[in-house]
Ligand binder design. Structure first.
Ligand SMILES: [Zn+2]
Length: 214
């Protein structure tokens, strides 16, 4: 399977990526994971990427594409397939990816856009709280701590991160929509895109994704 999974924060992309990779043995590839790997291995590309990340700047397209290409060419990834998450983020990256895969003779199985109404996503994300000490994550509805306001693991105070404030979430969703829309159109124009309703339960979403790839 060679899949691109597109979806805003909070839509359940991480859950699906984990299900697909653990059940089907495909590699989940996100740009974050690939950056970390290259940086840890202290490759030239890793050092270059890190020089941007350290200064809070975006890693340039060219560097991201080169790192992604390197990972896609690894024999194990070629053999078992992949789920791309967070890449391609721009049409330039999408064009580059098309070229790389064509050159490797590895066509995509499909592109899935996970979708849910903004209100639902805001509700899901805004209940999130994190421990100030150990980083454990809680949710006011889905996973409340045993003692309100305190971590089950280490008893430290838990707080809503600034990233998870409703206004910040709306802004992140707006930016996601704006930057991703051209990528969605790119694959729609190639008749490769399937939209999947991500308000269903995770197993139903999983089945819908597999169905989209048939
Ligand atoms: Zn804790």
């Amino acid at each position: 399977m060679r899949l691109i999974l597109i979806g805003p924060p909070g839509v359940g992309k991480g859950t699906q990526s984990a299900l697909l990779s653990s059940r089907l043995g495909v590699f989940p590839l996100s740009s974050g994971e690939i950056f970390r790997k290259e940086i840890e291995a202290q490759t030239d590309l890793g050092r270059l990427a890190n020089s941007y990340i350290k200064h809070g700047e975006l890693v340039p397209n060219g560097v991201t594409i080169e790192m992604m290409a390197k990972r896609l060419r690894e024999p194990e990834v070629r053999k078992k397939g992949f789920i791309l998450d967070g890449f391609p983020r721009t049409t330039r990256q999408a064009d580059a990816l098309d070229e790389i895969l064509e050159e490797m003779d590895l066509p995509l199985s499909g592109v899935v856009s996970l979708e849910a109404p903004e209100e639902l996503i805001v509700r899901r994300l805004s209940g999130r709280m994190g421990c100030t000490q150990c980083g454990a994550i809680y949710h006011s509805i889905n996973k409340p701590p045993r003692r309100e306001g305190f971590c089950d693991v280490c008893n430290s105070p838990i707080v809503v991160r600034s990233d998870d404030q409703p206004e910040t979430i709306r802004e992140r969703l707006r930016i996601f929509k704006e930057t991703t829309a051209p990528v969605v159109e790119h694959y729609q124009a190639k008749s490769m895109l399937t939209r999947v309703d991500s308000t269903q339960d995770p197993e139903e979403v999983y089945a819908a994704i597999l169905n989209a790839l048939k």
